[in-house]
Structure formats: C-alpha cells, structure tokens
Design a protein around this ligand. Structure first.
Ligand code: SAM
Length: 401
C-alpha cells in the first residue's frame, strides 16, 4: 500500500529538521473561511541555545514569532495541519514537497530541482540569481565594465533580480514537465531585459521566445542572444494577440499596453499555460467606461482617483476572470514604486476550480457597480459581463499538456 501522504510529509519534514536541510516551510489555506490565522512560516535560526526553528504566525493584523526545538517544531506542524491549515509547502536543499489536504484525502507532490537548490541558496545568502558579471547585462547596457549598473540602470537591474526571484519561485510551485525543456513566451518583450533574465535563469531547462512587434528590437535582441551564446533564446516579430504560440508552460507579459495584457492572458488561458505572469501597463479600455456611483462622485472629480479606479477595476476584473478560468491568482506590488510606477503584478497558476457560477455572478455585480460593459479579457473568454447577456459557453480552446 502506498504510504499515507500526511505521514510521508511528516516524515520528510522530520528528516529535513534533523538533517539541517530545511530551507523553509509555509503553511497556508486556512481550514476555516475567514480564520484570523492566515499563514505560518517556518525557517531555521541559530540562537545562543543552538539550532531552533522560527515559526512566524501570520494573523490578519499581526505576526507572532515563536521558536521551537526540532521535536517541538515537527509536532507543532502536525498540529497546525490537523487544526488550522490545508496546505503545506516544504522546501529543503534537495527537494520541494507540497501537501494538499482535501475532503477526500490528501495529496503529496515531491520534486527535486536544481532551481529549488538555487532558491534555497539564494534565500540563505541573499546572493543574486543573475550574476552581475553576466555578459548579456553588459551587452544590453545595464552594467558597465566593472559589473556595476550604468547610470540610470540600477532600478532596472533590481527589477531583473526581483523578476528572477519570482520566476524561480514559480517554477517550484507549478508542475512543469520534467521530460522536456519548458516552453516560455515573453509577450511584448521590448528590449528583452526580462527575456534574457528568463533565459539566463533557466538556461539548461527552458526554451524562451520573446515576442515583440518592433522588428528593430527583435533584430537587436537576436544579435545579442547569439553574441552571448544563448542557444535556446529566440525573438520573433509578432503581435501579442495573433502570434501562434507553441503551448507555453509559462507565459510572461510585462508592461504590455492597455488590452495587450488581456490578449496575452487569453493566449495563456487558451493554451492551459501552467503559470502566467503579467504586469499591466495602462488601462484605457475600462477608464472610458467607468460610471460614477453617486457615493464616489466627489472623489472622482479628481483625475488621479479616476485613473487609480480604472487600474483597480481593470486589474481586479483580470484577476477574477483568471480565477473563473481555473487559475489561482496572486496580486502584489512587484518592486518599489521608486523604480517604476507600473509595479502591479498578477501571477496565475493553473489548478483552481473552473467556471464557478457564483463567482461569475460576483464578477458581473462588480462590473455593474463600476458601469463596465466590456473588458477585453471577458470578451476573449466569451464571458458575458452584463447580467442576462447571452453568450455561448466560452469558446477559447483549451489544451492540456
Ligand atoms: C513598455 S515595453 C515593456 C517591455 C518589457 N516587457 C519590459 O517590461 O521590460 C512594452 C513593449 O510591448 C510591445 N507591445 C505592445 N503591444 C504589443 C502587441 N500587441 N504585440 C506585440 N508587442 C507589443 C511594445 O512595442 C513595447 O516594446
């Protein structure tokens, strides 16, 4: 009989605690909807009394930290999984294990990757994932001969490093095919800063394609990729909405203008892409439509509030529509506004419930509140935004790799 997933997870955790290979453990998905305790984060710490494990209990409004010895830490995790949480991510220097507890049993996934080790090492030492002496950084004009950021490029370099961290983390969170190179598409890749970062980070793992409508940039990027010896990095001229993709495993679209972000999201959803990462740019489509609920009238006299409301409404709808399409989403600030005003990031990983009617109704209520009649992603998904509007079920093609 296969081992019980919870018992196996507990044993993996005990080994990691004892062998000193734990990088971090995250407990999430509270058992009770609206529970005050949202997450628990565990990592090793060295105190005067010796090796301990720091537990950060993240509540809705505060964090509480407690340290536990090996045995107490293992017991505490068992207790938390019985009483409070349904999900656990264990990172050790050798592997990633994810335990998901469901009503009909538990599921444990374990995978071993080089990236895991990289992230682990990175978390321990705060080393950069992209070495600052990388020739491509120099070729793209980001660093100088002393491997330092050129004038005005420090923010860009920080953005690249942050992006690399995020992607490395995502590759440990989703099921990427172990048997073939991962396919990555960067849509609206511009000068290719982040496309090169993807290729450098995952050099032995992934084939990366940058898609960009400006032929001059594509030419330059291909020349640089060739000169810097990237065998699996390629740039093509194309439009985000219409370029045929080879079922990417990971799709990225950062700062693509207005509804180009929706075109990219739709391409990813259609291909059942495992992970999608977008950082929206401008939100013109929705801004034109926004109504002014009477309670907001005074506030919305100010243009900046209108703009922020358009951003909020556009991107909130994107996140909700992604959830409706079967993705789990996270929305967060990618990098400090000091470096770029366009810093909202939406990450979506395949694997949530799909086409939930109650969610569909909430999406429509949200759109109605803001007076939004059309949204490019809803259109792509054939999702009727107005109550009662007829639409055949979504016709976006889905392919499972
Ligand atoms: C602001 S730049 C961002 C570049 C890069 N993604 C980054 O974040 O560093 C946006 C790029 O997307 C390209 N772009 C915008 N809409 C596009 C579309 N529909 N198809 C292809 N490229 C597009 C633009 O030409 C431009 O190079």
């Amino acid at each position: 009989m296969p081992p019980d997933p919870r018992a196996k997870f507990s044993s993996e955790l005990r080994s990691a605690l004892q062998d000193d290979t734990l990088v971090k453990l995250t407990l999430g998905k509270p058992r009770l909807h609206g529970a005050d305790l949202r997450n628990v984060y565990v990592r090793p710490v060295t105190l005067k009394s010796g090796k301990q494990f720091s537990f950060v209990y993240r509540h809705a409004t505060r964090d509480i930290t407690k340290n536990h010895s090996i045995e107490a830490a293992a017991n505490e995790v068992d207790r938390l999984l019985s009483d409070d949480f349904l999900d656990a991510h264990l990172s050790t220097t050798a592997q990633q294990a994810q335990l998901e507890i469901q009503s009909n049993g538990a599921r444990l996934r374990i995978k071993q990757t080089d990236i895991t080790a990289m992230v682990g090492e990175h978390n321990k030492s705060r080393h950069y994932l992209i070495p600052t002496n990388s020739p491509w950084l120099k070729a793209l004009g980001i660093t100088n001969d002393r491997d330092q950021p050129r004038e005005g490029m420090a923010g860009k370099l920080r953005q690249i490093q942050k992006f690399a961290e995020l992607i490395a983390q995502i590759t440990t969170e989703v099921d990427l095919p172990p048997e073939r190179p991962w396919r990555i598409a960067d849509m609206g890749c511009g000068k290719g800063y982040l496309t090169f970062a993807l290729a450098a980070l995952l050099e032995n793992r992934a084939e990366v394609t940058g898609i960009e409508r400006r032929a001059d940039l594509v030419r330059l990027c291909n020349q640089t990729a060739h000169a810097c010896g990237f065998a699996k990095l390629n740039f093509v001229v194309g439009d985000i909405g219409s370029t045929a993709l080879n079922a990417p495993d990971l799709l990225v679209a950062l700062h693509a203008c207005d509804t180009a972000t929706d075109d990219a999201l739709a391409q990813g959803i259609a291909a059942a892409t495992r992970a999608i990462v977008v950082s929206p740019c401008c939100q013109k489509e929705v801004r034109r439509q926004l109504g002014t609920p009477s309670v907001l009238r005074d506030a919305l006299r100010h243009g900046i509030f209108q703009e922020r409301q358009a951003e909020f409404a556009t991107d909130a709808l994107r996140a909700m529509l992604l959830e409706w399409a079967g993705y789990r989403t996270k929305v967060f600030e990618f990098i400090s506004t000091e470096h770029t005003a366009k810093n909202l990031m939406i990450t979506a990983t395949l694997g949530g419930p799909k086409h939930d009617d109650a969610l569909a109704n909430r999406i429509r209520a949200f759109a109605a509140f803001y007076g939004i009649q059309s949204h490019a992603l809803a259109t792509h998904l054939h999702f009727p935004l107005r109550p009662g509007a007829v639409s055949s079920t979504h016709t976006t093609q889905s392919t499972n790799s």
